[in-house]
Each structure stands twice: as C-alpha cells, then as structure tokens.
Design a protein around this ligand. Sequence first.
Ligand code: 5RP
Length: 241
Amino acid sequence: MEQMDQKIMKKLAAKAAVETLVKSGMKLGLGTGSTALPAVRHIALLLSAGNLRDILAVPTSFQTSIECEKLGIPLFTLNSREIGGRLDLTIDGADEVDSRGRCIKGGGGALLLEKIAAYASAAYAIVIDESKCNETLGLKFPVPVEVVPEARIPVTLALEALGAEVVLREAIRKAGPVITDHGNILLDIKFRDVVDPSALETEINRIPGVVENGFFTRLAPEVFIAHADGKVEHRKQDARR
Ligand code: 5RP
C-alpha cells in the first residue's frame, strides 16, 4: 500500500477511536490539536447522521470550543450540573507516547484543561500517528510547563536545578510570550539524560508558581496509532498507575 501523509494518518486514528469507544449518552472530554479535531468532526458527523445522540461535550481549549461551536456540538464544563465533575471518556492527541501509554502533551499549549479532563475521565484515549511513539520521553520533544507569569525566573531556576534546559515559549503573531487559555506562560523544557517521567510529573508540580506540566503518566490510555501503511493499531494498557 502507498505511504500515507501525516494528516490522513491523524484522521484515521481519530476516526478509529471515535468508532470504537464513543457511545450515545456519554459525557465526553474533547482534546486539542490537529489529531483531536478530526475526532471532534467525526463525532459531529455521527450526531448529525443520527448515529450518535445525547453527547455531553467538555472542550479542553478555546480551539476545541470554537470548533464545537462551528459544528453545533453543545458545550458544557466540568462544573456544569449535567457533567458533575466526571467524564466517561476523553479523546486527545499527544506529542510523544511511550509503550506504557505515558505521554508528553501541551505542544498546542492546552495542557492544563487537557490534564484536568484526562484525570477526571473513567476512560482515556490517545490518538496519534506513528511518529509520536518514543520510549525516552523528555529528550526530544520539549515538555511544556505552564507557569504563573510572575514566577518565570524562580521556576526557571528550579527547573534548571532538576537538570532541564528551559526555553520560554514565544508567540508567533504577537510580540512576547505565548499566553495560555488561562493567562499563564509556558516554559518548554528538555533534558540531556534519560529521566523518569512519572517522578518528574509530581516533582515539577511541587515548584511554587508551576500550574501544571505536560507529563501525563498516571493514566492508562487506549492508544490508537495510525501507521504509514494505513493500518490503525489499538493498544490497551493495564489499569491506572
Ligand atoms: C495540545 C496537545 C496536543 O494534543 C498535542 O500537541 C498533539 O497535537 P497534534 O495532534 O496537533 O500533533 O497536547 O496541547
């Protein structure tokens, strides 16, 4: 079979996850990014065809909210009475995933709500193309750390003391740093030596001024990986760590 382009692979993974896991009546967390959005669009398609009904959707970013508004998917928050703080399933993309289902997320800057939704979900699905599989998290793709703007320097020093190289994420069509959906800045960090992502997820969050970090290690996602031959691999993990 011909090799697929990455955009098509993302769509295939998203569609497979939706068709396998999404059922009528679910409270659904909707992720952010170029692989999560095709999942949102596929859900909208199934809803408009009448093949899915009564979905209560919670978006994880402005990007996803705007897409849902365009598609006519009614939106709730985790605090809405209809949702009651718990989701049945969240579907999201990732920047890197290891074979235990541990991820780096936040390339699109939406890690805060993405993590809140993920940890509030009974089931969690990650949709990726095969380029995102990596056994050593933290060396290649930077781990975003969302930080209160006033704490930029003390948090930078504390992250450097953990062995990280720290880069302030700069905006592209705005002067100065990226400001997240929650009014914070992002420090992108990388390590030179192999690290323990599970320990770092906790350790980074202990630094005063850190709001959240992009290691997602205590979940047991079902991972849908689209390969270049057009096949979608469905990996299940053991229970949450
Ligand atoms: C946004 C994210 C995205 O899920 C992650 O960056 C992957 O994005 P894409 O599917 O566009 O490659 O964590 O904060």
